[in-house]
Ligand binder design. Structure first.
Ligand code: AP5
Length: 604
């Protein structure tokens, strides 16, 4: 009875998005993270994480679908081999959308020898784009069919040019979400060259990373004629030429996804985003009873699913997202490596995007000088990983540690940096020549910047009691000009001496300067107010992706895991974190619950 009334519920459709203004098509790409969808997410009071949506419970998704009258409209975009087709297979299975792939439609025309196919073949085989008029007509016809209107659609590989985006706008076709799959170029080529297709099932394989299940399937696999290295490079170049115009056209609904992860992980994120759109619609339409019923229903499934997952999931599964056992000191080599690699990837991406003032803020017990288990060696290992990676890339890296500051009674350096310089000198830098050529050690200040230096890594620059590092830092960044300066765990808050001088003089300017560094990596463990045990959750941001809020869950067998409960385009405030943990929407309660009171006092 309940499910019958749910399914027959007539919900009003969501208000349509304002039509795409020409100015927005012409303007440069907006911030990737200003999507209204993202902002809306922060207000939903129950965020469904992918792991929470049971694979084995098909009626769950169909329940959402039948409660939400308006079908989903999704665009998926990304460079060749970014995994669009792979994700589409999974999305279609889960959400029942009509998959419209211009690549597949064109390939079907080619193999049937139609007029369109004859025209398209040459363009496709050379890796160029098929003329707009052909593709636009094809897509318009497919979108107008009843199944796409009724079940919703998933547009894969269209629009690919500014003209194609405009044509959709004229037809008043607008997506609910524009998913942009992001994968580094070097990975894309390898993916394309190794791709094989099953002509019988249409399934996409990869000879190394995703081989077929049987010899029978293997024997019939085919390679696409445009999957040679040379053609992939040409396709990639064409993609890059057009992508900006497309991205700016859909910036209001765009979400960039790190697709350089296992397919399942990418799908987890995709699935969450699509489910959230459906849930947001339910909330918007004010069907609170339906929603409540749905949530209770979901909760029951989740508990059930959780128990099953606990029994079935391998140990590595706990590592999906972020490492566990962060309270175990010392951190294992695996944990440390995870963070070093995570920070490195974010830093590389940020520098590649042209950012020059970067800030890494990583706060795990071993890197938190306020905890007894703080280990300077971990900080040094992180710095070495970054420096050697850039050095391997042919860059000349200067690793800088501030020297003694101040005079008289206030002379000295911050305790957490004591001995740092010596440790760096004695560390193993791979071979004898690296230290002194590609990696040099220095202090912080304008005079430390040499012409040959390509990049500067500053180890935990910080104000000390009564002494301020910011003038030296400022002189250094001025001298560095457009060369990247990366601050690792800076602490630029004022630490006043008894005179209180530092608290007042020039404070505003100092803070203003500190804000000129952009976060490229944030990892912070979250605790209950006033204590550092147990860990409640974690906040992670790896440039250019969203802030991810995880909740630590203790499992039946004594193990733990981190469950993604929400994501944010901007760093969430303690209030937003409180709300996400207590399952409230912002509208429901503007009062902080106090769980994170500790975090509110200068931690954010
Ligand atoms: P199309 O077929 O759309 O090609 P594409 O955009 O270049 O994309 P691909 O199909 O190559 O890659 P994909 O992102 O789907 O990746 P996949 O999931 O297969 O278009 C082909 C041609 O048609 C164009 O060049 C053009 O000529 C024409 N055309 C199409 N649309 C057009 C338009 N709108 N206008 C004009 N012309 C148009 O994955 C690739 C490989 O990676 C697979 O082996 C897979 O197993 C593997 N893989 C996937 N995900 C992962 C992962 N997460 N980890 C590891 N491996 C993965």
């Amino acid at each position: 009875m309940a499910s019958l009334s749910l399914c027959s519920a007539h919900l009003s459709s969501t208000p349509s998005r304002s039509s795409l203004p020409t100015s927005s098509l012409l303007s440069p790409p907006l911030s990737l993270f200003q999507s209204p969808i993202i902002r809306r997410n922060s207000s939903i009071f129950f965020t469904v994480t992918p792991r929470q949506i049971p694979q084995s419970f098909p009626t769950c998704t169909s329940l959402v679908k039948c409660c939400v009258k308006e079908p989903l409209k999704v665009m998926i975009s990304g460079a060749p081999a970014s995994g669009k087709g792979t994700q589409c297979e999974l999305i279609v299975q889960k959400f029942g959308l009509v998959h419209i792939s211009t690549g597949d439609l064109l390939r079907a025309e080619v193999s049937s020898g139609t007029e369109i196919g004859k025209k398209a073949k040459e363009f496709m085989n050379s890796g160029s784009l098929v003329p707009d008029e052909i593709v636009i007509a094809m897509v318009a016809a497919r979108l107008s069919r009843e199944d796409a209107k009724k079940n919703g659609w998933l547009l894969d590989g269209f629009p690919r040019t500014f003209a194609q985006a405009q044509s959709l706008d004229k037809l008043n076709v607008k997506p609910d979400i524009f998913l942009l799959l992001d994968v580094p170029d070097e990975i894309l080529i390898e993916r394309c060259v190794g791709r094989r297709l099953d002509p019988v099932t249409g399934k996409i394989y990869h000879i190394k990373s995703y081989p077929p299940e049987s010899d029978e399937v293997k024997a019939r696999l085919v390679m696409r004629p445009d999957d040679t290295e040379e053609k992939v490079k040409a396709r990639l170049q064409i993609y890059k030429q057009n992508s900006e115009a497309i991205i700016s056209a859909y910036s209001d609904v765009m979400i960039k996804i790190d697709a350089n992860r296992a397919r399942e992980m990418v799908f987890e994120e995709t699935q969450t985003l699509l489910s959230q759109i459906n849930l947001n619609r339910m909330i918007k339409t004010g069907k609170t009873k339906l929603l409540l019923l749905f949530l209770v229903f979901m909760l029951a499934i989740l508990i059930n699913k959780q128990v099953l997952a606990d029994k079935a999931s391998p140990v590595q599964d706990n590592w999906r997202g972020i490492p566990t056992r962060l309270n175990n000191i010392p951190h294992s080599r695996d944990i440390r490596s995870y963070f070093y690699e995570d920070v490195l990837q974010a830093t590389v991406r940020s520098i590649k995007d042209g950012n020059t003032r970067l800030r890494v803020d990583i706060n795990i017990p071993e890197l938190n000088p306020e905890m007894d288990v703080y280990r300077i060696g971990t900080l040094m290992e992180l710095v070495r990983t970054l420096a050697l990676s850039f050095a391997d890339d042919g860059k000349r890296v200067k690793v800088c540690v501030q020297g003694s500051m101040g005079e008289g009674a206030l002379a000295g350096m911050p305790l957490q940096l004591a001995g740092t310089r010596k440790i760096l000198e004695y560390m193993d830098w791979g071979d004898d020549e690296t230290l002194g050529t590609f990696v040099k050690l220095g202090a912080i200040g304008g005079k430390e910047v040499d012409e040959e230096d390509d990049i500067f890594i500053l180890v935990a620059p910080q104000n000390a009691v009564g002494n301020c590092i910011i003038d030296d830092l400022q002189a250094m960044t001025t001298a560095a000009g457009k060369r990247p300066v990366v601050l690792i765990n800076p602490r630029l808050k004022d630490l006043p001496a008894s005179s209180g001088i530092m608290q007042t003089m020039g404070r505003e300017k100092r803070l203003e300067y500190a804000l000129t560094f952009d976060n490229c990596y944030v990892f912070r463990l979250l605790y209950y107010a006033g204590t550092q045990y147990p860990i409640m959750g974690a906040l992670r941001m790896s440039y250019p992706y969203r802030y991810e809020l995880y909740k630590r869950v203790t499992e039946e067998n004594g193990k733990e895991k981190y469950v993604l409960i929400s994501t944010y385009s901007e760093r969430p405030t303690p209030d937003q974190i409180n709300d996400a943990f207590s399952g409230k929407s912002r509208e429901e309660s503007k009062k902080p619950s106090g769980i994170w009171g500790f975090l509110g006092s200068g931690f954010f």
